[in-house]
Design a protein around this ligand. Structure first.
Ligand SMILES: [Fe+2]
Length: 569
C-alpha cells in the first residue's frame, strides 16, 4: 500500500456555500412508508427546479450543481449521508508532480504496456492492451443518439482500465505508487484505503462520452478529472412505484421513452481538470468530452468509491424505489444497509404481510433498550453506548453493518483499532440519521416504528416477487401474483386512504396498457422483472475477449487468470 499522502492545509475558509447548506426537507414519521420525496423536496440544489421536457432543456437553463472548495469534514460527511451530488473544485489540491493526474495517456501506455482495458461501445466490448497506440491517437466514433448531448454526432466509447480487479497485483501496486487521495478523504482510514484499492481509469479522446445510465455501485462514487474537460448531464433516480416499472437504467435505456420515465436531465455542468464530481447511488448521468471545447489529445479521469459515512438518508428516503431496481434486485445494496435499518438485527421483520401494530410493539421493546436515560428520545451517544462499547457488540456492528472490508487483513494492529473505532462512530451517527427523518437529532419511537415498518414492507414485497420469479415464463400467472402483492402494499403503505388509492389506479392502468399491447408485452415484462431478480455476478469467472490490434490475435481470458494467483497481500 502506498503511503497516504497528506494534503497541506492552509488557513481553512468557512464552508458557507449556499447550495451546500440546503439539506433534504425534514419528513414526518406519520407519512405512509412507501411515499417518497420529490427531487425538489429531497435535493437542496433542486429546491426551485421546475421539470422541463427534454425538448425544452437548455445547457445553461438548469439549476447550478453545488460546488465546494476547502471542503471540511463535517460538511463532506453530511452531503454524503444525504446523497447529494456535488463538485469539489479543488479536488487535487496538494497533489505532487509524480501524481497520476500529471500523466498523459501515452505515459500509461509506456509504463504499463501489458495492462488491459475495455473499449466501451465497441462490438463485443472487447479488451485491448495499453501498449496499443490507437486508443490515445485515433478517435473511433461508434454510435449516436439524438437525446445525447452530442446530438447527431457519433460519440466514441471511453476505455476503462479496471486496475482494481482485472490486473496482477504487481501492476496494481505500481500504479498505487502514483495514486493520491483527495484531501477530504484523508481523515478517514477506511476512505483512504478504499480509494487506493478501488480506483479505475477512464480514458477518452475528444469526442468520447457515455450514454445515460445509472451505475451499479451501492456506495458513493467520485469521478476525478485529470486531463480535459468533461460535460455532464444528470437526473436524480426516478421514483419507481411498483415492480411493473422495475428497471436498472442501463446504458441508454431511458432514451426514447423506453422506460416509465423519460430522459429529463435536471442540469448540465462541466468538470475541469483537478475537479471531481461526487455522486450518489442511482443518480443518472450522461457524459461528453466535447471536441468543441477540448483540443485534440487524450483525456484522463479516475473513478472510485469510498465507504464512510453511508448514504443513509438517501437509502431511507428512496428505499422502495431502489429496491425495485438493480440495486435491490441484483446488487447487494439492501443487505449493506440492513444493519442500519434493523439496528443490527435487533428488529426482526415479521413473516408474512407486515402488521403495523405488531411492529410497533416490537419497536417499543427495542427502543427501551437503547434509550439509556429513558427520555423517549434516542441520541447519538445512546446509539454509541448501546452498540459500540461492549466488545462483542462492536464485533457484531463490524460484521452486520458492512464494515468487513476485503482489505482488513492488510492492516496493522493499530490500523485495525483505528478502523474499528471509526466504524463505531460512523455507525452511531448513520443509524441515528437513518431513523431521524424529521432531522431534529433524536429518534422517537414513532420514527423508529416507521423505519422498521418501511424495511418490513420493502422486504416483504421483494421476497414475494422473488417467490414469483419462477413463474416469469408464465405471464398470466405471474401478473396475477404480482398485481396481488402490489395492490396490497400500495393500498396499505402508499396511500393515506386505502379505499381511493391513485397508486393502485396507476398500477391497474399500467397493466391494462401492457395487456392492450398484446401477449408479448406481458411476457416481456414478466421475464424482465423475474430475470432481474435472479441475475448473478460472474466475478473472476467472467471471460474477457482480449484483442491485440497490432497482431490481430484474439484470445479469451478469465478475469481470475489475468489477476494471477498472487493475490496474497
Ligand atoms: Fe457511470
Amino acid at each position: 500500500m502506498t503511503k497516504p499522502q497528506r494534503a497541506v492545509f492552509g488557513v481553512l475558509l468557512p464552508v458557507a456555500l449556499a447550495g451546500q447548506a440546503q439539506r433534504p426537507l425534514p419528513r414526518k414519521a406519520s407519512t405512509p412508508v412507501l411515499q417518497e420525496p420529490s427531487p425538489q423536496e429531497y435535493y437542496g440544489f433542486l429546491r426551485d427546479y421546475k421539470e422541463k421536457p427534454f425538448a425544452d432543456f437548455t445547457r445553461d437553463g438548469g439549476p447550478p450543481i453545488t460546488r465546494v472548495t476547502n471542503l471540511e469534514d463535517a460538511a463532506f460527511q453530511q452531503m454524503v449521508r444525504d446523497g447529494a451530488p456535488f463538485v469539489v473544485d479543488d479536488c487535487t489540491r496538494g497533489f505532487d508532480e509524480d501524481a497520476i493526474n500529471a500523466f498523459e495517456c501515452k505515459d500509461f501506455a509506456r509504463r504499463w504496456p501489458s495492462g488491459n482495458m475495455r473499449a466501451e461501445y465497441t462490438p463485443g466490448q472487447y479488451h485491448i492492451y495499453l501498449k496499443d497506440p490507437n486508443w490515445y491517437t485515433k478517435i473511433e466514433p461508434q454510435r449516436a443518439h439524438h437525446e445525447h448531448m452530442a446530438g447527431k454526432k457519433k460519440i466514441a466509447g471511453p476505455y476503462i482500465w479496471h486496475v482494481k480487479d482485472e490486473e496482477p497485483l504487481k501492476t496494481k501496486r505500481e500504479v498505487q505508487q502514483h495514486w493520491r487521495t483527495p484531501y477530504f478523504l484523508e481523515k478517514s482510514i477506511a476512505n483512504r484505503i478504499e480509494a487506493n484499492e478501488s480506483f479505475e481509469f477512464w480514458f477518452s479522446m475528444a469526442g468520447g462520452g457515455t450514454f445515460t445510465h445509472a451505475d451499479a455501485y451501492c456506495e458513493s462514487t467520485i469521478s476525478m478529472q485529470f486531463k480535459g474537460k468533461k460535460r455532464w448531464r444528470i437526473q436524480s433516480f426516478p421514483r419507481v412505484k411498483s415492480f411493473l416499472n422495475a428497471t436498472s437504467f442501463g446504458d441508454s435505456d431511458i432514451y426514447e421513452n423506453k422506460v416509465h420515465v423519460p430522459w429529463t436531465p435536471e442540469t448540465e455542468f462541466t468538470v475541469h481538470p483537478g475537479q471531481c464530481l461526487i455522486f450518489p447511488t442511482g443518480y443518472l448521468h450522461e457524459t461528453f468530452v466535447d471536441p468543441d471545447e477540448n483540443e485534440g489529445g487524450c483525456f484522463t479521469a479516475s473513478t472510485f468509491q469510498f465507504n464512510h459515512p453511508r448514504q443513509v438518508n438517501l437509502y431511507r428516503a428512496y428505499l422502495s424505489s431502489l429496491s425495485m431496481s438493480h440495486y435491490g434486485m441484483g446488487e447487494p445494496c439492501l443487505q449493506k444497509i440492513q444493519g442500519y435499518a434493523t439496528l443490527i438485527s435487533l428488529f426482526k421483520p415479521p413473516s408474512g404481510s407486515p402488521d403495523t401494530a405488531a411492529i410497533q410493539k416490537q419497536t417499543e421493546g427495542i427502543f427501551k433498550k437503547i434509550d439509556g436515560d429513558n427520555d423517549g428520545k434516542l441520541v447519538n451517544k445512546e446509539f454509541y453506548d448501546y452498540f459500540c462499547k461492549d466488545k462483542r457488540k462492536r464485533e457484531k456492528v463490524m460484521a452486520e453493518a458492512d464494515f468487513s472490508y476485503s482489505w482488513f487483513k492488510m492492516l496493522t494492529k493499530s490500523q485495525r483499532d483505528e478502523l474499528i473505532e471509526e466504524a463505531m462512530e460512523v455507525f452511531s451517527e448513520d443509524a441515528l440519521q437513518y431513523h431521524d427523518i424529521d432531522q431534529d437529532g433524536a429518534v422517537t419511537v414513532e420514527e423508529l416504528t416507521s423505519g422498521f415498518l418501511q424495511w418490513s414492507v420493502v422486504q416483504y414485497r421483494l421476497n414475494a416477487m422473488k417467490n414469483l420469479a419462477p413463474d416469469g415464463s408464465k405471464p398470466n400467472k405471474w401478473f396475477k401474483g404480482a398485481m396481488k402483492v402490489e395492490q396490497e402494499v400500495l393500498s396499505k403503505h402508499f396511500c393515506e386512504d386505502s379505499k381511493s388509492c391513485e397508486a393502485v389506479d396507476d398500477l391497474e392502468a399500467h397493466r391494462k396498457r401492457l395487456k392492450d399491447e398484446g401477449k408479448h408485452a406481458m411476457a416481456r415484462k414478466a421475464a424482465a422483472v423475474s430475470g432481474m431478480l435472479s441475475g448473478e455476478d460472474e466475478g473472476d469467472n467472467e471471460a474477457l475477449d482480449m484483442v491485440d490490434r497490432e497482431s490481430g490475435n484474439r484470445e479469451s481470458m478469465k478475469v481470475g487468470h489475468i489477476k494471477g494467483g498472487d493475490d496474497e497481500l
